[in-house]
Write a new protein. Structure first.
Lengths: 339, 339, 339
C-alpha cells in the first residue's frame, strides 16, 4: 500500500488550522515521543508538554497557548485531539469492498440485498431481512430473520444480528458482537424455569459503534434501543428493553441489566454495572467497576468500591468493614443520624 | 407472517384460567402501558397495579385479588406471569428449520447426523460427534470432536462446542457461546508456563439454556457439569470442573472459577464472581457484582461491595476505608472482638 | 481412539523421576479420589495427602517427602504437578490436521499460505496476510488484512485476527477470541463523537495462549504488545496500546484499559480491572475483582473490595460506609493523619 502525503499547508487549509513555521511534507502520524521527522504529532494533554522540546516530529498540532514551546512547524487548533483525529484518518488504510454477494454466502430467498451492498464470504442472511446500499457485511457475519441494516453500515466480521435487529445508517459493529439474542426472561413454575418469549427487537440509531464480543439482547415486549451516536466498547452486555441515550459512551465490560434507562451524554467506566429498571439522567459519569444500585437524577460523577491496598492492609480494613455498624454505634455521639 | 388470534375463552380453557367479563379476540400481547385493544396485557408486579385504570389492553391476565380493579375482560391466574409467558409463546414466530444438511456444511466422515436433525450453512462437525433427531445446528456453528448433541437441542448461530461436550435434550445455546474449550490449567516450570492437559469434557443437562458469548471450559480430569434446567445469561464464564446444580440461574457477566460447586435453585446476580474450589449450598442468592470468597453453607442472600455515592463523598469514605483498622482501634472499648 | 499405555519405569526414565515399588502399566491419569488401578494419580497439594490411604490409583506421582504415606507404586518428583502435566500430555488426544487449504476457505490472492499450514473449512484470509508452516487455522477462523501467523500457531475455531496482528510461534488461541479490532478511541466534537483512527497493530510473542472470547484491541499509534509466554484466560479485555510482560497470567474476565503497562511474572485474578496509563511492576499479584487505580511499583499482592457477608449484615456495613468520614472525625484523636 502506498501511503499518501500532504503538506502542512494543505492540512491547515483542509481542517481550518493555522500554520506556524515552515511548510513541510507529512507522510504519517505518531506520538510526540515516537514520531519521525516525516510524521505529524500532537499535544492535547498538558501532561505531555515537556515532550515538545525533544520531539522529532516534523509537524505538531497543538493549542495556540502551547505554540511558543514548539520550535518547529506547528498547526494551531482549538481542539488538537480532534484535529489530530481528522488528520490521522487520512493515513488510515481503507479496505476495498466489492459490491455484490460472495459465492459462499447463503442468502434467503425472501431477503432483500441492495446491489450496492457488499456481502462477504461465509455470510448467512435470513428470511425477510434487508441490507441497504453501501452496507458491508464482512466475512462470517450472520444476519438472522426480520433484520434491517441501513445504508453504509459496517458489520466487520463474525457479527451476529439474530432476530428483529434494525440498524440505522453508518452503524459500525466490531467482530464477534451479538445483537438480538433473546433477553434473559423466565418464570418459575412448579420448581422449573419456563421461558418468557422475547417478542421485541433491537433498534440502533445512526452512527452508533458496537465493540467486539459485545451483546445486546432484544426486548421482551417493545425494543431495546440505542439512540444515535452511542459508543459501546468491547464485551459490554446490554439487557432486554434497555434504552441508552444519544452520545453516551461505555467502556469495556460494562453491563446494563434489563429495562434500565440511561440518559444522553453519559460516560460509563469499564466493568461498571447498572441494575435493572433504574433511570440514569443525562450527563452522568460512572467510574470503573462501580455498581449503580439506584436511579440517578442529578448529573455528576458517581462511584462505588474501595481503594486498592496491599493485601495485608486490605485484610485488616476488610475485617473491620464487617464490624462497621458496631464500631459506629460505639463512636461518640452516634449515628442513628443516617443520611 | 400471519399472526394467529385466539379468544379469551380459548386461552382460559387452554391454560386453566378463569374468564371474567365479555369474551374478546386476542391478536398479540403487550405491557399494560402499551398494549392495544386487540392485545392481552398482564399484571404480575403489584407496583404496576395503578396502570389497570388506564390500560387499553383488551384482556388482562391477573390475580383474582386484583380482578376488581379491572373494568374490562380479565383472565384470572394463580401466577399471572407464568400464564402470560404461556400465552405469549403462542405469538412467538417460530423459524422453520428444514431437516438435512446444508450443502455448505462440512461434516466429518466419522460424525453421525440423524436424518431428522437440521444442519445449517457454514457449519462444521468434527470427528466422532453425534447429532440427534430434532436438533438444530444453526448457521456458522461449530461442533468439534467427540461431542454429542441431544434431541431437540438448538444451537442458534455461531455456537462452538469444541471438545467432548455432551448436551442432553432440549438444550438451547445462544449465538457466540463456546463450550468445551481447554480449562485454564498450567504449571510453572523453570520460569515458564506449561499446559496441564484438559482431558475432561462438559456435560450439560436437559433443558439448560446458555447465553450469548458465554464460555464453559471442559474439565481437566473429569467433567464440568451443568445439571438440568440451569439458566446462564450472556457473557458468563464457567471454569473447568465446576458443577452447577439444577434450576440455578446466573445473570450476565457472572463468573465461576475452577472446581467450584454451586447448589440447586441458586440465583447469581450479574457480574458476581465465585472463587475456585468453593461450595455454595442450595437456594443461595448472590447479589450483583459480589465476590464469593468462602464456601456458603446456609441458604440466604449474600453480598459484598459498597453503595454508590457521588464521587466527592465516595473519595472521603474510600480514604477512611484505608484507615479503618486504626479508626477501630481508637474507638471506645475496641474491637479485638472480631467475629 | 486407542489410548496408549506406558509402564511406570518408562515414565520414570522419560521424565527423570524415581520409581518406588513394583513396576505397573499406566493407561491413563486421574485424581487420587477417582483414578482406577490402571491410572496414575498425583499428590501436589498437601491438603489432599489424606487421600493417599484410600486411592485406587495404580501409580502415584508425589514428592519424596510424601512417599512413605504411599503404599503402592510411586514416582518421586521434585514438582509432582509439573511431572503430572508432562505425563498427562501423553494421554491427550491430538486431532490430526491435514496440510493444505479446505475447499470452502476463501483466501485473498495476495495472502501467502505456507504449504505446510492447515486452513480449515469456512476460513477467510485477507489481503497481504501470511500463514507460516505448521500453523493451524481451524474452522470458521478469520484472518483479516496485514496479519502474520507464525510457525506452529493454532487458531482453534472461530478466532478473528482482524487487522495488523502479528503472532510469534506456537501461539494458541481458543475459540471466539478477537485480536486486532479497533481500540476504543474517540474525541468529542460539537457534541458528537468522532473516531480516532487506530493505526497500530497487535504483537503477540512466542508461546502465548489466549482464551475463548477474549478481545485484544490494536494500538492507536504503535502496537498493543504481549511479550512471550503470556497466558490469558477467557473473556479478558485488553485495550489498545497495553503492554503485558513475559510469563504474566490473567484469569477470566480480567480487563486492562488502554496504554497500561504490566510487568513480567504477574498474576491477575479473575474479573480484576487495571485502569489506563498505569504501570504495574514485575511479580505483582492482583486478587480477584480488585480494581487497580494507581501504578504499582513494589512486587507483592494487592486487593480492593469488601468481604462477602449475609445481605442483612452487609446492608448495615454499607450504610455505615457512607458515613465513614463523619464517624472517623468523631473518633477520639482523629484522623487528619491520612496516609
Amino acid at each position: 500500500m502506498n501511503m499518501p502525503t500532504f503538506t502542512a499547508a494543505e492540512l491547515a487549509a483542509r481542517f481550518g488550522l493555522e500554520l506556524r513555521g515552515q511548510d513541510r511534507t507529512v507522510a504519517g502520524v505518531g506520538t510526540l515521543a515516537d514520531a519521525s521527522p516525516s510524521q505529524l504529532g500532537f499535544l492535547a494533554n498538558p501532561r505531555y508538554r515537556s515532550q515538545l522540546a525533544q520531539t522529532r516530529a516534523g509537524v505538531v498540532v497543538l493549542r495556540a497557548d502551547d505554540a511558543d514551546a514548539c520550535t518547529g512547524t506547528a498547526l494551531l487548533a482549538r481542539d488538537p485531539y480532534v484535529a489530530f483525529a481528522r488528520i490521522a484518518a487520512l493515513f488510515e488504510p481503507r479496505p476495498v469492498h466489492a459490491s455484490g454477494i460472495h459465492p459462499t454466502a447463503a442468502v434467503d430467498a425472501t431477503a432483500q440485498v441492495d446491489p450496492g451492498a457488499s456481502i462477504g464470504p461465509h455470510v448467512s442472511i435470513g428470511a425477510r431481512s434487508r441490507i441497504d446500499a453501501g452496507a458491508i457485511i464482512g466475512p462470517g457475519c450472520l444476519v438472522g430473520e426480520d433484520c434491517e441494516v441501513g445504508e453504509d453500515c459496517e458489520l466487520q466480521a463474525r457479527v451476529t444480528l439474530w432476530t428483529r435487529v434494525r440498524l440505522g445508517k453508518r452503524v459500525r459493529i466490531l467482530p464477534g458482537a451479538v445483537l438480538g439474542a433473546a433477553g434473559f426472561g423466565m418464570a418459575m413454575e412448579a420448581g422449573r424455569w419456563i421461558n418468557v418469549p422475547q417478542l421485541g427487537g433491537v433498534v440502533v440509531g445512526d452512527d452508533c459503534e458496537i465493540g467486539a464480543n459485545t451483546t445486546i439482547d432484544r426486548g421482551a415486549l417493545g425494543d431495546t434501543v440505542l439512540e444515535e451516536d452511542v459508543r459501546l466498547d468491547n464485551q459490554i452486555q446490554i439487557g432486554h428493553n434497555v434504552r441508552i441515550g444519544a452520545h453516551t459512551a461505555m467502556a469495556g465490560c460494562a453491563a446494563v441489566a434489563g429495562s434500565a434507562r440511561i440518559g444522553r451524554h453519559c460516560l460509563v467506566g469499564g466493568g461498571a454495572g447498572i441494575l435493572g429498571h433504574l433511570e440514569v439522567c443525562d450527563r452522568v459519569v460512572i467510574t470503573a467497576m462501580s455498581l449503580v444500585t439506584h436511579s440517578i437524577r442529578e448529573p455528576g460523577e458517581y462511584s462505588s468500591g474501595t481503594p486498592l491496598m496491599d493485601n495485608r492492609s486490605w485484610r485488616k480494613s476488610a475485617a473491620r468493614f464487617k464490624q462497621l455498624d458496631r464500631i459506629a454505634r460505639r463512636s461518640p455521639g452516634d449515628a442513628k443520624d443516617t443520611e
